[in-house]
Design a protein around this ligand. Structure first.
Ligand SMILES: Nc1nc2c(ncn2[C@@H]2O[C@H](COP(=O)(O)OP(=O)(O)OP(=O)(O)O)[C@@H](O)[C@H]2O)c(=O)[nH]1
Ligand SMILES: [Mg+2]
Length: 289
């Protein structure tokens, strides 16, 4: 799939984050729980290497619970702190704050012991991740106010913004960063399916067909798909993904004159339903594949 996913503003954003890195005590890397590998930006990894790190698997409400549990084990086996989060849940947000405070206390322990009794460090935390993964949402929930802009489209935050969220924590909200070269692990397709790449630059029908093929390969996801569109096994027998997309269009009333289907509209509806979790809790990446 040929997508231009690396717009010019990301070059600047990347340089700005690099410039801020010396001020940072802790990195919270926000990943999409449905695609923990494809949402992990190697560039962020590279320039935050020597920092304390907390991995947040956000949007876990949309992911397959069993797969998320496997991913947590995967990151913990690498000695990383990894939290599965639905940022709408206050207890999940508290888990992030607790992890930040713990890391901060560890980091400043010696300094606090050696400096005057009144010394209270402020932990400076970089909130990093690809576009639309939920960075600004998490910041607003921690801050308990709308300090950062949030939207269901990628590319909303366009510059770095420091936000004091409590007495001892400053968070740096950053623009979502992709990287110029996606690897051969179908990362571009997965990022498109989870809504992390702007729809305007995508071939929506192509992406939808890839998504349909993916769901049909996994028996439990196939059942979710059939249920969602009130289809039977026989309805899709011997059909290719484009024909199935047409069926989806018929089920969702995307008809044009002559009884034909507006497949672009059908693709948009399918992708929106997939992205919003309406088809079910679906992970697009498993630990062992
Ligand atoms: N289902 C679900 N949606 C979430 C969660 N967290 C954030 N969202 C939604 O994801 C969308 C993107 O959230 P933002 O906070 O703007 O994402 P961002 O990472 O700041 O995006 P950029 O600024 O574009 O890089 C919004 O529609 C949020 O409501 C979550 O845990 N679950
Ligand atoms: Mg943002």
């Amino acid at each position: 799939m040929n997508i231009n996913w690396y717009p010019g503003h990301m070059v600047k954003a990347q340089n700005d984050i690099k410039a801020a890195i010396k001020l940072i005590d802790i990195v919270v890397e926000v990943l999409d729980a449905r695609i923990p590998l494809s949402s992990c930006n190697p560039i962020i990894d590279e320039f935050t290497q020597d920092k304390q790190r907390i991995i947040v698997l956000n949007k876990s409400d949309l992911a397959d619970e069993q797969e998320t549990a496997n991913w947590i084990k995967y990151f913990e086996a690498k000695n990383m702190i990894c939290l599965a989060v639905n940022s709408a849940q206050s207890q999940d947000i508290k888990k992030i704050v607790t992890a930040i405070v713990k890391k901060g206390e560890e980091q400043y322990k010696e300094k606090v012991a050696n400096v005057s009794i009144d010394y209270k460090p402020i932990y400076r935390v970089l909130i990093a991740g690809i576009p639309n993964v939920g960075k600004s949402t998490i910041i607003n929930k921690i801050a308990k106010r709308n300090a950062a802009n949030v939207s269901n489209k990628p590319g909303v935050t366009v510059k770095n913004q420091w936000i004091r969220v409590q007495d001892n924590i400053d968070l740096l909200d950053t623009p979502g960063l992709l990287w110029p070269k996606l690897d051969d692990n179908n990362a571009g397709e997965k990022l498109a399916l989870t809504g992390n790449i702007k729809q305007e630059i995508l071939d929506l029908e192509g992406v939808a067909c890839v998504g349909i093929e993916y769901l049909l390969k996994v028996p439990k996801y196939k059942n979710m798909f059939l249920d969602n569109y009130k289809l039977n096994e026989e309805d899709i027998e011997n059909l290719d993904s484009y024909d199935i997309l047409e069926l989806v269009g018929r089920k969702r009333g995307c008809l044009v004159s002559g009884g034909n289907v507006n497949t672009e509209k059908a693709a948009k509806i399918f992708l929106d339903e997939l992205k919003a979790g309406k088809i079910g809790k679906i992970s697009l990446e498993y630990v062992n594949n």
